[in-house]
Design a protein around this ligand. Structure first.
Ligand SMILES: [Ca+2]
Ligand SMILES: [Ca+2]
Length: 152
């Protein structure tokens, strides 16, 4: 066991599958500001440190926009409010997490996500995340964040 702790370490997944459930419970309780037992889109954005508009803005259907420049040329550009924008992807992830489709995330729905993530990181499936597995997961997460940043 390493005694040293830091903010970065506090963000990591718990070491065991048992530890996961209690950590998710605490996380959920902290995120559920109005204590209705559900995370709405604004609460979820706040908990993830995202701009609220990413999850609350109305989205356009068109992924791309056609723009005509003054010289008459037509250019295809990514619609910043479309389904392939950063908010569009966040939207998609939120809806995928909302298993019963009621528009909010319950503790059970957040647990499903957390367990899936834990199991994906726990490569040898012994219910414990060792240092190697955690490091690999961090690199994976950074790659995902990088990708999300590229899409906007
Ligand atoms: Ca709530
Ligand atoms: Ca739900």
């Amino acid at each position: 066991m390493v005694a040293m702790t830091s903010a970065a370490h506090a963000q990591q997944l718990p070491m065991t599958r048992e530890g996961l459930d209690s950590a998710v419970g605490q996380y959920f309780a902290g995120a559920d500001r109005n204590r209705d037992g559900r995370l709405d889109r604004a609460e979820t954005a706040d908990a993830l440190g995202l701009a609220r508009s990413l999850l609350t803005a109305r989205r356009d259907v068109e992924p791309f926009l056609l723009e005509q420049s003054p010289d008459g040329r037509v250019r295809l550009s990514l619609n910043a409010n479309g389904p392939l924008s950063q908010g569009g992807v966040a939207d998609l992830l939120y809806r995928a997490a909302d298993g019963d489709g009621d528009g909010t995330l319950s503790l059970a729905e957040v647990r499903v996500l957390a367990r899936a993530r834990f199991d994906a990181v726990d490569r040898d499936h012994d219910g414990i995340l060792d240092e190697k597995e955690r490091e690999a997961a961090e690199e994976q997460l950074n790659a995902a964040q990088w990708l999300l940043g590229r899409i906007s």
